[in-house]
Design a binder for this molecule. Sequence first.
Ligand code: PPS
Length: 306
Amino acid sequence: MCKKMEGMSVDIPEGAVCRSELKTVEGVALVDTTADNYDAISKFQARPDDLLIATYPKAGTTWIQEIVDMIYNEGDEEKCKRAPVFIRFPFIDLWPSVLIPPGIVHAERTPSPRIIKTHFPFQLVPKSFWEQNCKVIYVARNAKDTVVSFYYFDKMNRGQPDPGTWEEYFLNFLQGNVSWGSWFDHVRGFWDKKDKHRILYLFYEDMKENPEREIRKVITFLEKDLPDSVVNKIVHHTSFLVMKENPMANYSTLPKAVFDQSTSVFMRKGQVGDWKNHFTVAQNEEFDEVYKEKMSGTSLRFRTVL
Ligand code: PPS
């Protein structure tokens, strides 16, 4: 039987997690449990030394989380293996029915300095992050690879709305009719605000092209000073192949009732350009047309191949 909002349990039988519906908050599509509790989430109290990791889903959140944790722990992999990623980093948007408490409760119980995850678009991020002048790292990934990654994720994450067919999902994504809303509004929203707040805006494609260069940007932003030997360790520990085998980073500790990784693994391909294996010629044309319209007037540029 499918149950929702029944409190916490560590024993998660098949069917205990059920797929969400989408509801809107200020016109942004969110999973129903997040939308229903948004009022409480919006009142979350940030602390000045919180670091917020903000992303549209599938942009490289887990990757940047691991990088930041390695920086905070000065390259000590064992310390970064202290707990799975979803325990180490409270995800304030979430209001799960099982396994972990609501994200804001999880965050309140986490000692400072906290590294907090959100997928909210700029305007839905709790205001206290801006009032406290918190640092924010935003990672953006090109829309074509994002929609492919998101489709496979929504198939295997049993708490997400049913993605339907690839063709249906593709159209829903273009219309912003997926969890956390429009990719276009999300990447533009943070881009427009990046110089008004302490926001480091990174690109997944740049991280793939030259991880060391991007990791050094993060180290500088966090005002840390680490020797080359530690930077090299961070590059290695956060590479796709190492993270794919790391149970504390690859979500394999989540029960199948939550993430059914027999459908698709979380650390799926980690590439730039995989969209070419999924888009038809017609879909690509349609995508480019919508893209041109929705991205008009911005200086924001993405690479869809390296
Ligand atoms: S989530 O669910 O929104 O938090 O997912 P997120 O972590 O943002 O995105 C998952 C995608 O990022 C890829 N990934 C990586 N790529 C390259 N290098 C490293 N180290 C890395 N870690 C995660 C992961 O494989 C997902 O992308 P796809 O394209 O599906 O493989």
